[in-house]
Design a protein around this ligand. Sequence first.
Ligand code: HEC
Ligand code: HEC
Length: 358
Amino acid sequence: MKTMRICASFCALALAIAGCGDDDDTTLVPDGGAADASTDATTMVDAGAPAEHLAQTDLYSNFAARTINPALIEYIPAHALWSDGALKRRWMSLPAGAKIDTSDMNHWRFPIGTRFYKEFAAPGGNGIYETRLIEVTGVDEFRMVSFVWNAAQTDAMATPDGALNVNGSQHDAPSSADCRTCHRGEPGRILGFSAMQLSSPGMGGSSLLSTLTAQNKLSNAPASSAGYPVPGNATESAAIGYLHANCGHCHNPDTPVYNQTQMVLRYDITATTVATTNVYTTAVGQALMSASYTSNPAHAAETRITPGNHMLSAIWVRMNARGNNDQMPPQPFTELPDDAATGGGLAKVAAWIDSLTP
Ligand code: HEC
Ligand code: HEC
């Protein structure tokens, strides 16, 4: 019965998302995996047709030499999603002269033609697994697909069905339907390139938010040059930022998950103190809604966050669970959301909870 429960909730989520029909992430892609593998990777597609090979996109200025297009913006979000130990790089391609719509500073929208790329590589220079693309193809229309690299690293092909154990590794590339499960949690679909995520000192020393403002790439400038970092001391901001990046794309009012929990782990930039963040107001000292979880006597004493005790806090206990219906993120995700990309998510969340006064 327990297995049924999680499937009921997770699958209902996936179905609810798939049923929305407001955006179109898969139909732009030719039938999954059916493209002719012998196609010359350097052949450019017709104008407007979706790229089937990564070499046909604007990520590289020289694909054979693996030279990244210098017109692209490389960035690192302040708080990253777990990645099963893979190394990640991210780039953004903004159409020339276009601006990001920041009129709602809390939810950025990107002009048609914008592309985001995220690369997942094996540690130790042992090859790229996949490069993910989100392209804004129309008004509220997006293409989301993974380009999976071959073992020889000579080509990466759009793979809308996803791929398990890429090139014999433990790394799985998600399907285009899977992309939507998470990216649907933000109206503009982009999760890690936001006012908060770009407010920390970035790759060049100053924050990318300041750089984009100076380059006149934002429709509305930030209220102050300090930007919108997560509030609190180092312990507090690390945990709240972690929960935003790893849980907030499902746990926010724009998703079907909200109806089941009314718990919000997404950080809204309007909160400038810890006590006014969504996670604080909807989780600290709050009773659980998930009756099937608390009906297990082992969890009866838990609240969402029990100040001073992470072992009695469902947020931490469910992050730390794997292979059962308790685990968060829910199945089918397999690894603990705790790898190097997150800087140790479990420890960050435990430290914050334990620092709260009971
Ligand atoms: C488990 C949830 C999840 C799934 C599944 C997922 N993503 Fe993401 N993705 C995120 C989060 C969270 C970020 C931002 C944090 C980061 O980059 O570490 C992100 C970042 C990205 C970025 C950089 C732009 C941005 O939104 O920040 C791209 C491109 C991307 N994902 C593409 C994809 C594609 C394509 C798929 C499916 C093949 C996919 N993702 C599946 C959660 C997910
Ligand atoms: C892919 C979407 C998704 C992601 C990502 C996700 N969750 Fe959930 N979460 C759900 C769903 C659906 C439920 C309701 C069903 C259940 O309780 O299993 C839920 C329920 C919960 C609950 C129970 C709330 C209550 O009141 O009973 C907690 C606690 C929780 N999640 C914590 C987390 C944490 C912490 C993370 C990040 C590490 C996370 N979730 C990431 C989908 C998600």
